[in-house]
Design a protein around this ligand. Sequence first.
Ligand code: AMP
Length: 364
Amino acid sequence: MINKLPTGATIGILGGGQLGRMMALAAHRLGLNTHIFCPDPNSPAFDVTPLKTVAAYEDLSALKAFAQSVDCVTYEFENVPAETAAAIAETGTALFPSAKALEVSQERLVEKTFIQNAGVDVAPFAKVDSQEELEAAVAEIGLPAVLKTRRFGYDGKGQTILRDKADIATAFDTIGAQPAILEGFVPFNKEISVIIARDQKGATAAYDPAENVHKDHILYTSTVPGDIAPELAENAKSIATKLIEALDYVGVMGVEFFVVPSEGGDQLIVNEIAPRVHNSGHWTEAACLVDQFEQHIRAVAGWQLGKPVRHSDVVMQNLIGDEIDEGMNLTDSNVQVHHYGKTEIRAGRKMGHFNRILGPNRAQ
Ligand code: AMP
């Protein structure tokens, strides 16, 4: 059933970070209202929404009251607890993307298995729940390899590289002896990502892939187009389409890839999927008339998607920690700056970003 919301309807958003803030701004531009639920009273998204609830995600009565007061619920982070999703489902209010999308993207073993079953290449992987399983996994996959916690890893946290045999003894403890996954080390030469949307009727819209560069494990720049062949870009979009369809997904999703050089040409390996708007899609704000935030709101509101057409070549750069001060002084005619409204500057904290238009879309 299509849940087509009228102007003035209210979208509930779980999570009050910058992604929730940008989703709310997009909703209000379309004449939709927002209600944001977040435990942190200083959430940056609270500044741009008329309706807010400050409560824990485990506070099921606050969650139910929230879900009953809105026309649909969406979220800005993948670690929404399963109980939270279930409590929302009990109220009968629709959750987009679905609880299934959360289940798949929260746990790396479930995620990798899902991607592989969809017929898409991933790094070789094996479950690791103990030191013995780590030894068996290394025997199967070989070295170098990457050991990652199955849950709650982000920005390189909760993972360690095993380069040689000596690392086998310490790696499991290094990540806190938690349920883990061992992945073969992928000898990639680039990382790219595709931001894709799917509406409630099943139509999809994929943006051009961005080439991503990380600094200290945090995304630093996303450049579009990336330095990849046009066929590889099309291939990345079609893999993203395959995955979003296999999940019967509604909303915007990010798909991260490794580009691996090989004799027969570059190969794509999917690293992970994010069931939400994504940092590597912020470039769409300046280089597309319908950006990823509007696209997400359109999808969850049961509206038709916009066209994911890129009018310009662009580079997005994150402003991390005190880079925000310099970033806010940029006044070049080709630069658009975005400040997330966070008052406290901390090292490693994403404070804002800017988009620099490089010229017209050369591919058009
Ligand atoms: P992730 O938390 O899975 O997104 O990983 C963070 C970063 O670690 C990635 O962006 C890669 O740069 C690197 N990385 C993760 N997995 C692998 C892998 N299997 N092989 C090589 N590098 C990896």
